[in-house]
Design a protein around this ligand. Structure first.
Ligand SMILES: Cc1ncc(COP(=O)(O)O)c(C=O)c1O
Length: 488
């Protein structure tokens, strides 16, 4: 006769805790899909977005968690009006600040499919399908960048994580004494994720050499040689050169082949930060510009920048792929059932995360649905937009180009025609123009500093953007600038 408490326990957990009525997912999915399609189809006709202060947002959204669930339409409405409605839209055709992303619809659908399948992309035995798709995508990227077989990598949350992972792998070959004497060479126009990565792996600031650039914001190879020689003379250990293939500020590409030659001569690790610029290799012109990238020991490349993917999709490729597993593999007893065979890959052995989403699906589906040809057209289109914007500002008479179009980035300053104003006021003016443009809802354009001056910057990565958008925004900037110079 069973123990009564046994029966009691059994009946307490006899049925599943279904979070909704059986037909609820179908009903709300249709509502959600309608909202997604409406947004996707009309994004180009909506303002770019807006922001609110912290107190205003607290007022709108701060609340204790409800004990009982609420109606989906109500929550969807809150998401649209309070959450999306108080954000800027990186997918918008006139979002040219920083480096945005404008996902393909295939990649958006893939995120939904991946969330539902919820495959564990950390170990082969749990999801061989997901692991193989990730290997396929990595192999496509390897091929685009002309890296040899044996190259391996992983998809990451973004470029910062990819670069940190690369630095960790490269450091593994150093002795503990070497780690305290090693030197990292970077360009003055590096992305700051490099400094953060260096900090996380424990480099002191005096182990980082920030090298000067030429007039086109590219690392000077003579400066690199000189710094390495000086460090050797001091008994230090030159270790890693981090070159750029598409700087964040200007899209500049360092002389990769020359830098690779220096690295080979001194036996240094070459890491290329191509987080933004890498899809350029899909064009013949990009292949020429990126010559030398195929000699890199490791490369950061972000599909969530110029490859039309939703955040988060970063990637690291490492030429001697086996070094990843050598650096990261751990074999705890609770994972003893999922140790991979020699020809299988546990992606949790390749990087920092154990539990990983199935990030490869969105890239795989996009490329298979659209073909590489569509990506080639996207890259060419965005480069043409940058060149067109440069030509337009050159003819307008109230601008000065501070960095000619490189990849899909162009930088310039508004300089009033008839009134002389000081440098500090000119700097303030650029930021004021960008702020007013943003407040108007027309476009999001960021500013940066080049050669000590504040400058406006356009970065095109969006498939929706057209020359008419460029016409409209350049005209708006000129008109805001003209109006403001009366009051500067
Ligand atoms: C050149 C470059 N490297 C690295 C990063 C960092 O990438 P993420 O923002 O994906 O971490 C960026 C971001 O804009 C970048 O432009």
């Amino acid at each position: 006769m069973p123990d009564p408490s046994f029966e009691h326990l059994r009946s307490a957990c006899a049925t599943p805790i279904v979070p909704h009525a059986p037909d609820w997912p179908r009903e709300v999915s249709l509502e959600a899909l309608e909202a997604i399609l409406c947004d996707y189809e009309h994004l180009d006709k909506t303002p770019i977005g807006r922001t609110k202060s912290r107190p205003e947002m607290e007022c709108l959204l701060h609340e204790p968690p409800p004990e009982d669930g609420r109606d989906f339409s109500h929550i969807l409405g809150e998401f649209q009006s309070k959450v999306v409605g108080n954000s800027f839209r990186p997918s918008h055709p006139r979002f040219w600040a920083f480096i945005a992303s404008a996902p393909t619809f295939a990649s958006i659908l893939a995120e939904f499919l991946a969330a539902n399948a919820n495959l564990f992309a950390g170990v082969w035995k749990e999801a061989a399908g997901a692991a193989e798709v990730e290997l396929v995508v990595l192999d496509w990227f390897r091929h685009f960048l002309s890296l040899p077989t044996g190259t391996l990598g992983l998809l990451t949350g973004g470029g910062s994580e990819a670069t940190l992972t690369a630095l960790t792998v490269a450091r593994e070959s150093l002795s503990f004494d070497g780690r305290s004497r090693c030197v990292l060479y970077v360009s003055e126009h590096r992305h700051w994720s490099v400094d953060r990565g260096a900090k996380i792996i424990g480099l002191r600031p005096d182990q980082i050499r920030s090298l000067p650039c030429d007039a086109d914001y590219r690392m000077r190879v003579d400066g690199l040689e000189h710094a390495i020689t000086a460090d050797l003379a001091r008994g230090l250990l030159p270790w890693l050169v981090l070159a750029n293939a598409g700087t964040t500020n200007t899209g500049s590409v360092d002389p990769l082949a020359d830098i690779a030659a220096v690295c080979a001569r001194h036996r240094l690790w070459l890491h290329v930060d191509a987080a933004y610029g890498w899809p350029m290799v899909l064009l013949e012109e990009g292949k020429r510009l990126f010559a030398g990238v195929e000699q890199a020991d490791s490369i950061t490349l972000d599909p969530h920048k110029w490859f039309a993917q939703p955040f988060e999709a970063g990637c690291l490729l490492v030429r001697r792929g086996e070094l990843l597993a050598k650096t990261f593999t751990m074999r705890p007893e609770y994972m003893q059932d999922v140790i991979p065979r020699e020809d299988e890959i546990n992606f949790c052995d390749q990087g920092i995360a154990l539990t990983r989403r199935f990030r490869a699906l969105k890239i795989w589906m996009s490329v298979k649905l659209l073909g590489v040809g569509w990506y080639r057209r996207l890259i060419a289109h965005n480069c043409a937009l940058a060149r067109y914007a440069e030509a337009l500002v050159r003819t307008a008479g109230c601008f000065e180009v501070t960095s000619a179009a490189k990849l899909s980035i162009v930088c310039f300053r508004y300089v009033p025609r008839d009134c002389a104003i000081g440098d500090a006021e000119l700097d303030t003016l650029q930021q004021a123009i960008a702020a007013e443009l943003l407040a108007s809802g027309l476009a999001f354009v960021s500013t940066t500093r080049l050669h000590g001056q504040t400058t406006l910057r356009f970065c095109f990565v969006n498939w929706r953007t057209t020359a008419a958008d460029v016409d409209e925004v350049v005209a708006a900037i000129a008109s805001i600038g003209d109006r403001m110079t009366c009051i500067v």
